[in-house]
Design a protein around this ligand. Structure first.
Ligand SMILES: [Zn+2]
Length: 291
C-alpha cells in the first residue's frame, strides 16, 4: 500500500507479508493476554504461540517455527513522517530501485508499549550497530537466525528494550520505531555501563543521540550473513548522509558505547569492523556522487 503526501509524492509504503492480516489492536501488557492474543507465562517467561513457546529471557523461540501460523504479519505504520521511499526527496525513480531502503518493512512497536519513549531525539550524533545474540534451535538441533519479526515481537513483550531497525539474514530491513524517536538500545544494563567520554562525544545520553541497528546472527558465535552485512552497510550509509555523520567517527559498535560484547563478530574481529566502516564510507561516496 502506498500513501502520498500533500504534494502527491509517495510518502510511505506499507509492506504486508503474504501472511498479512489487518491487525489493528494494541498490546495489552506482558502480564495479560498480550500481543497477537498470546498468553505470557510469568513463571517460565514464555509466550504461548500455540505451536511453540517464546522464551523472552533467552530471546528466542523454544522450537523452530513450524508453519508461521497465528502470527500477525501486519506492518504497523503510524505517525512517522519520514519518507523511506524517497528518503531525502533527491532520488529519481530509477535510483530508488537500487537502494536497500526502498523496501524497509514497517513492523512497529505499538504506541503505548512499555519500551516506547515516544519522544524524539533533539539531534542525532551517532549510529550504533548491534547483533541480536539470540538464535533459534531447530528440531535438528542446529542453530538458526531469528527473524526480525521475532526480535521485534520479543521487544514488544519485554517492554524494556528496542532499536530502530532490525536486519535479517536475507538482508531484509525491518523498522520497529519512528526513526527520530529515542530508543532503548545503548544504555546501562547489567554489568555494562556507558563508557567514559561517550556522553561528551555524543552530546547527550547514547539513546537520546543515536539510531540503533540490530543485525540478526545465524549462530551463537555471532556470525552474520553477507546479505545482513551489506544491507547494514547500505542503511548505515544512508543514515550517515541524512544526519551528516562521519562513518569513521560517528558509527559505533554497542561495545564502544557500553563495553558490551556486541556485535560479537565485530568485537571479536576488529579488522572486520574497520572494513565495515570503510565500506560504509564507500557507499556514502556513491550516494553523494549520485546527488
Ligand atoms: Zn547491542
Amino acid at each position: 500500500m502506498l500513501t502520498t503526501d500533500s504534494l502527491g509524492r509517495v510518502s510511505n509504503r506499507y509492506n504486508y507479508d503474504a501472511y498479512g492480516t489487518n491487525y489493528t489492536g494494541s498490546f495489552s501488557g506482558k502480564n495479560k493476554i498480550g500481543y497477537n492474543s498470546k498468553h505470557y507465562d510469568t513463571g517460565t517467561g514464555w509466550y504461548n504461540y500455540g505451536y511453540r513457546d517464546y522464551d523472552s529471557k533467552l530471546g528466542r523461540f523454544t522450537t523452530q517455527d513450524p508453519i508461521r501460523d497465528g502470527m500477525n504479519w501486519y506492518a504497523y505504520c503510524g505517525g512517522d513522517p519520514i519518507n523511506y521511499v524517497d528518503l531525502w526527496g533527491l532520488f529519481s525513480e530509477s535510483d530508488k530501485s537500487t537502494r536497500y531502503t526502498d523496501n524497509i518493512i514497517q513492523y512497529r512497536i505499538p504506541d503505548g508499549n512499555g519500551s516506547r519513549i515516544e519522544k524524539n531525539r533533539a539531534k542525532t550524533t551517532g549510529i550504533v550497530i548491534h547483533y541480536t545474540a539470540g538464535v533459534q534451535i531447530g528440531k535438528d538441533g542446529k542453530e538458526y537466525a531469528q527473524t526480525p519479526k521475532e526480535t521485534i515481537d520479543y521487544w514488544i513483550g519485554a517492554e524494556s528494550i528496542n532499536a530502530h531497525f532490525v536486519i535479517g539474514e536475507n538482508g531484509d530491513i525491518y523498522q520497529a520505531l519512528p526513526k527520530q524517536e529515542i530508543g532503548q538500545h545503548a544504555g546501562n544494563g547489567g554489568p555494562y555501563t556507558i563508557q567514559p567520554g561517550i556522553v561528551e562525544k555524543l552530546g547527550g545520553h547514547p539513546n537520546a543521540r543515536t539510531v540503533g541497528i540490530e543485525m540478526e546472527n545465524i549462530d551463537s558465535k555471532g556470525t552474520i550473513t553477507e546479505q545482513t552485512k551489506n544491507a547494514t552497510i547500505q542503511l548505515t550509509a544512508e543514515l550517515c548522509v541524512e544526519y551528516g555523520l562521519d562513518p569513521q567517527k560517528d558509527v559505533y559498535r554497542h561495545y564502544d558505547i557500553t563495553n558490551k560484547p556486541c556485535p560479537k563478530n565485530y568485537v571479536d574481529n576488529p579488522d572486520s569492523w574497520n572494513d565495515f566502516k570503510n565500506q560504509v564510507e564507500k557507499e556514502i561516496n556513491k550516494i553523494k556522487n549520485k546527488i
